[in-house]
Write a protein that binds this ligand. Structure first.
Ligand code: NDP
Length: 374
């Protein structure tokens, strides 16, 4: 019998624990739009590559975008292409598969390709997109190690296209308010960050548990939120890392696929971060930032929303948004108008997270503290 628990455990999205909450974001987005004049600036025309769980979520969210539009697809599954074509009114000439998508270079109606496939495929696919002369957007993690990430950055530079990564939290209002407060000194000197990121992963046959396609385990998928969060919450890049791995199920979590890792990061200003990444516990989606004069807590901190939080000064009341809608509108501004995001979302930003992940895996392997130079 299929129970609700079975259903939840089969879902594989990173933000699973909170993805089923009612979407207060859509209401806030609509209310916001009603009060602003119609947009008549440039529109980013996007093709999504990989029509899976997250690609579907992004496509739906893009229906509410004003500055970005879904115009094309790249997929290995013809039946999905057909369904998306009729749902989103996508012409045949904007549909590709993994063999022929290099031809997108001849398509003047597509500006950018959003790669939403398994992690281990991002590098080659982004490089092909760059060579086709289109801006590349990659899902997180940008690649499965820093060397691959660097190759992607170099290829995009060489091709003269931009590379962005789907760091949707970098546009989330409560997150941005905590960053504003920290920058304004309202928490005083920052001394501690805690990041908890995890959910119980279901189906043992899925690509997330296949090292070649995932690049690792929970760290690549969900732990990366605590890594990236530790940086935008403290406002610094770490200079050392220590890490410890525990595995309760070596059959499900094979060699090279981490089930649970606890890690610590040291920052130049003296702050430390203590973080947990796991595929074996639910309800772990919490950031806590502590300074000499105050604190901020976000919980949930990185799920699809609504994000909730408070500080020593009270509740955070910024509006809930649909992260993917805001992200794609903001990406349009960055790619077409050269706008600067509040927190970086480019390949260099993602490369820092990959260097930290490499160092965490090395620290687990050696049991040693690993120095970082980002
Ligand atoms: P899914 O398994 O749901 O979808 C991945 C899709 O990639 C497939 O449906 C398929 O689409 C395509 N694909 C191409 N080659 C393969 C292959 N060898 N094996 C499996 N699928 C393949 O994964 P998600 O959508 O959950 O994740 C995709 C990416 O998005 C990952 O990098 C993940 O980390 C990221 N993600 C980010 C989230 C965020 O909040 N920012 C949330 C969830 C995921 P098709 O049939 O069209 O070819």
């Amino acid at each position: 019998m299929n129970t609700r628990r079975d259903f939840l455990q089969k879902l594989t999205g990173s933000a699973i624990a909170f993805s089923l909450l009612p979407d207060a974001g859509q209401a806030a987005d609509k209310a916001d739009k009603a009060s602003t004049p119609p947009y008549d600036g440039p529109v980013l025309r996007v093709a999504i590559m990989g029509l899976g769980g997250y690609g579907t979520r992004v496509a739906e969210a893009m229906q509410s975008c004003t500055k970005a539009k879904l115009v094309g697809v790249i997929s290995g599954t013809p039946s999905k292409v057909k369904a998306w074509q009729s749902k989103y009114n996508i012409p045949d000439k904007n549909c590709y598969n993994y063999e022929n998508f290099d031809n997108i270079k001849n398509n003047k109606d597509i500006d950018a390709v959003y790669v939403i496939t398994p992690n281990g495929l991002h590098k080659d696919q982004v490089i092909r997109v760059a060579k086709a002369g289109k801006h590349a957007i990659s899902e997180k993690p940008m690649a499965i190690n820093a060397a691959e990430g660097q190759e992607m950055i170099d290829a995009c530079k060489k091709a003269g296209v931009k590379l962005l990564v789907g760091y949707r939290m970098h546009f989330e209002p409560k997150t941005l308010e905590v960053i504003r407060m920290r920058k304004a000194g309202e928490f005083g000197k920052i001394l501690f960050f805690q990041g908890l990121s995890g959910f119980i992963i279901g189906d043992p046959t899925q690509w997330r548990l296949n090292k070649q396609l995932s690049g690792g385990g929970s760290m690549m998928d969900i732990g990366i939120y605590s890594i990236n969060g530790s940086r935008y919450m403290t406002g610094e890049d770490p200079i050392w890392v220590t890490a410890q791995e525990t595995k309760t199920n070596p059959v499900k979590f094979k060699e090279g696929v981490d089930e649970t890792i606890q890690f610590q990061l040291g920052f130049p200003g003296g702050a430390v971060a203590s973080c947990l990444s796991t595929y074996s516990m639910n309800y772990l989606d919490r950031f806590f930032l502590n300074g000499e004069k105050g604190f901020a807590e976000l919980m949930p901190s990185t799920g699809y929303g609504p994000i909730r939080g408070h500080t020593n000064k009270g509740e955070l009341t910024q509006p809930a948004t649909t992260h993917q809608t805001v992200q794609m509108d903001e990406f349009s501004g960055i790619l077409l108008e050269g706008k600067q995001p509040p927190v970086p979302v480019d390949g260099e930003e993602a490369l820092k997270d990959l260097k930290i992940i490499d160092a965490i895996y090395l620290a687990v392997k050696t049991g040693q503290k690993v120095a970082l130079s980002l």
